[in-house]
Design a protein around this ligand. Structure first.
Ligand code: IPD
Ligand code: CA
Ligand code: CA
Length: 265
């Protein structure tokens, strides 16, 4: 049976705005904050409530679809056949707790491992970035133009300082020359938003050494729809069901960064 993507898109857009309003309502409430794998890996009662909000609706409206959610309320998804939703109820939880901004709801919907719909909703700024495969990407109602090549000296590279100091995932000397040669660097603390910013042309490249599928699923569909390139740090296609390094960039710049800094290291 063919999937009615228009209907799914309509539901997601409606649900995501409703979920955003619920998150905003919690701004003056006391959060229950827990740590997961480390003191910087945080979860709140709101993350859990919002994931459940989506899962209840998906199960009711699309009972054959499966859901992979960060907080574990979805299904045990070990393969991507059929329709699979990948949800991060709050991407940038640390920002949500400390700043009440710079976080987003991220949703990617895949069919047999192909990204069909992608959403990143910047709740505080009421900016919804979304894309449907082959139908274009949008920021609210404005179509996002295709990304144009840019050179390294004119590029803003999004990179967490953690990757240019001693760390366990990459030799810091690999990316320091890129930091020196780029026009500037930025880091916002929400992978989903950072990918949406690439799609919107606000950033030119984004490099990180470890993300989980729910961090990049929504952004992946949006970035690819405007001609951006999404791979791991070595230029290989992303594995959609396991943690991976992620390198997102405008076309041309992607090859240039790989050849100049990463492949030669
Ligand atoms: C985190 C954010 C952050 C990235 C972390 C993620 P969370 O997601 O995307 O930018 O650097 O690796 O875990 O935990 O706030 O949903
Ligand atoms: Ca996340
Ligand atoms: Ca999260």
């Amino acid at each position: 049976m063919s999937v009615n993507w228009e209907q799914i898109d309509e539901c997601v857009q409606q649900w995501i705005i409703e979920a955003g309003a619920r998150i905003k309502e919690t701004f003056d409430q006391t959060l229950t904050i827990e740590t997961k794998s480390s003191r910087s890996d945080l979860v709140t009662n709101v993350d859990k409530e919002i994931e459940q909000f989506f899962i209840e609706r998906i199960r009711k409206k699309f009972p054959t679809h499966r859901v992979l959610g960060e907080e574990g309320f979805g299904d045990d998804v070990s393969a991507l056949e059929g329709v699979v939703w990948v949800i991060d109820p709050i991407d940038g939880t640390m920002n949500f707790i400390h700043q009440k901004r710079n976080f987003a709801i991220s949703i990617g919907v895949f069919e047999n491992a192909v990204g069909m719909l992608g959403y990143v909703y910047d709740v505080v700024n009421d900016e919804l970035y979304y894309a449907r495969k082959g139908k274009g990407a949008f920021l609210n109602d404005r179509p996002l133009p295709r990304l144009q090549p840019v050179s390294i000296p004119e590029a803003i590279v999004c990179l967490n300082a953690a990757w240019v100091i001693e760390n366990k995932r990459i030799d810091p000397s690999v990316l320091t020359p890129l930091v020196k040669e780029a026009r500037g660097t930025r880091s916002y603390g929400s992978a989903a938003l950072e990918m949406a910013y690439i799609a919107a042309g606000r950033l030119d490249a984004y490099i990180t050494m470890r993300l989980s599928p729910w961090d990049f699923a929504g952004g992946l569909v949006i970035v690819e729809e405007v001609g951006g390139v999404v791979t791991d740090i070595y230029g290989e296609p992303l594995q959609l069901l396991r943690p991976s390094s992620v390198f997102v960039s405008k076309p041309g710049l992607h090859e240039e960064i790989l050849n100049r800094y990463i492949r030669k290291s």
